[in-house]
Write a protein that binds this ligand. Sequence first.
Ligand code: NAG
Ligand code: NAG
Ligand code: NAG
Ligand code: NAG
Length: 683
Amino acid sequence: MYIKWFVLLAVVARDCSSQDEDGPYRGKYIGKLNSYHHQVSGDVYAIDEWTLILVNFNYDGTGDDTFFWAGDAGRPGPQGFIVPDEHGKTNILERYYNQDVRLTLPEGKRISRIKWLAIYDIGSQNAFGDVYVPDEFEAPAPRTIGPLVGERAVSSETVQVADASTIIIPEFKYDGSGEEVYFWTGVGPQPSSRGIKIPDDYGYLEPLRAYKGEDVRLTLPGGRTVFDIKWISVYDVGTQRSLAAVLVPDALNVPPAPLALHPYRTNLPHCKQLHRDYQVSWEKFGNQITIELAAKIDANEYMGFGISGSDSKSQMLGADVAIAHYDPKMQRGLATDYNITAIAPCVQVLGQWRGVCRDDLLGGLDSNQVFSGEVQDGLTRISYRRVLKPFEELDREWLVDKPAYIVWSIGSLDHAGEPAFHRLHHVRDVALNLDQNPPVNDCFNFTVGSSTAPTPWEVAELFDPSLRVFTFRLGPAGGARGVAGRGKGGAPALAWYVNGQLAPDLQLRRGLKYSFKVYGGNNPHSATEYHPLIVTASAHGGLERLSDAEQRAVRVLAGVHYPRRGRIAPTAAGPLCIGRHPAGADRRRDDDYATFRAFNRTLQWDCANAAPAELLVAPNSSWPDIVYYNSFTHSGMGGRIFVVDRHRRNIAKRPASSTTYTAPLAISILATLAAMAAVALRR
Ligand SMILES: *[C@@H]1O[C@H](CO)[C@@H](O)[C@H](O)[C@H]1NC(C)=O
Ligand SMILES: *[C@@H]1O[C@H](CO)[C@@H](O)[C@H](O)[C@H]1NC(C)=O
Ligand SMILES: *[C@@H]1O[C@H](CO)[C@@H](O)[C@H](O)[C@H]1NC(C)=O
Ligand SMILES: *[C@@H]1O[C@H](CO)[C@@H](O)[C@H](O)[C@H]1NC(C)=O
């Protein structure tokens, strides 16, 4: 009797936590492999209805005809089916030594309907090890936990826990009026100020915007799971009031999150989490400050961080920033000093450099001394030192006696290694107390494994043989789905809109004459909105910032005039016609639009009432098969022109195209790897 009770209790305890007490959460426990031969051992968990994980799996690999083998009834025997190995293959099993092996059942099979899984030798009809799926076994699955309940200003449909770290709030509504309202979570019987922020659906830690009935997907920060929290709230930190909340039941039978903790921890005492994927840490020492930037960025991306251009708010204009990244060729980190005089790439405006320009280009010095830099598991880390009170005018002073406003951003480097338009950046003001005692540290651990790049919008093709007139206007380049999603590296803020399409491919026939009507803006004093159109044999454009010699090395097929000496001059700018985000729109949300057509509908057009400049384009036999239209001032705003002798329909679909988008594949591989590896924190 006594023993029976003990066993029962043990089973119940195991059932509640769905796992052994001290590992990461792996899903619902099925059992330990019974070991008969060939040193088979390990623990088996269900991740969901179709997926199993064998933890610390061992097998000596010496069976002749051995497979993962499962059956719907009875005991392990010839009646069964092969379960493909962790690579999805049905090869004879090799040796495993303390491995975590993730298996997916064949199509049509479910864990709750199978009776057993074995390591089984088909030739000798011999089970080397097996585990039985308990009767009435319920596999982990997304669970609903009820709607957000509270004030009328906040509402949602039933909240879903998709996996141990992912919460989905369907039809979320909130008017965005609170100054300090966040997604918030913690322990204790009800929401309280002793909680932590959950980054919003874009990974931002800033006060919530207005939501008008959107499905919001949140990931708990730092590898936390639903087992670590008791409630999720929309919480006003200023007034310490929960606007609405939902309680999280214990022991939810949900799939583990496909996340693993990143080992990075800063050694510096102060740390500020700027975004889910970006943190800055620092230490002041006399008149110097050591700064360490760490972010989950792609190989061709930079981290921008620096002192605001204003003493009373976070402002890019006038800011003094470091543009930090890891250079794989030089195998070292860089943190280059930049001066921001316009929100534009660095260009010469009437002989003066304006935009995001290197201090050394402006005749200043690079004041940052880089200590170290590395990239590890998708996380880039750069540390550098600078003086607080600058020696030169270009640099702004870092205040320590009061909060210092800072600016931050993440974006791509363009083909020339210069910062292109940012994809992430501060929206609200961020002020840091650089010398606070005790130090501030609100950083959480980075995780690896879950990020999904949105699918880029299709590139339009203007291939109709009867088209002889093309109209070039300006508009936003459109976030990760837009020009940046075409895999060419950094995208600028603006792009060409040709006949209403975002930087489409064109097709022109040699021997014909075409008219390009250009509305690129003809104010050469503007660092941001002066875009003469050019056609070049090289992909990038942006000739303005090149040296005279570099400029003359670019083959320009249309759009410039070559004076006998000095710099080449553009010829076709035209009045400005530009599509802009409507007032108050958040350009970080460009990715929300599934198609360019839908995005385009939101733009507001601002067009001068004047005739366009006309650029006559006459491709001839000396033109290469692919040329590019671009801006004379900024790089990366344009698209391809296929130059043909006879019109062709499928010309853009050739495999050699450089526009293939590979990120989602890489990310899904990463996610799979991370899911196979140890899963995050559960303690
Ligand atoms: C650098 O930026 C500051 C504004 O912070 C500006 O006053 C200064 O003129 C800039 N330097 C140059 C050389 O453009
Ligand atoms: C980060 O992870 C480490 C190791 O698992 C843990 O000790 C630490 O408490 C975590 N930090 C935070 C802020 O969650
Ligand atoms: C984008 O909007 C402009 C102006 O409303 C329109 O002329 C154009 O056809 C639109 N483009 C697409 C692809 O819908
Ligand atoms: C071919 O086009 C180029 C560039 O537009 C031009 O400079 C050249 O004179 C043209 N050649 C002929 C034979 O027309």
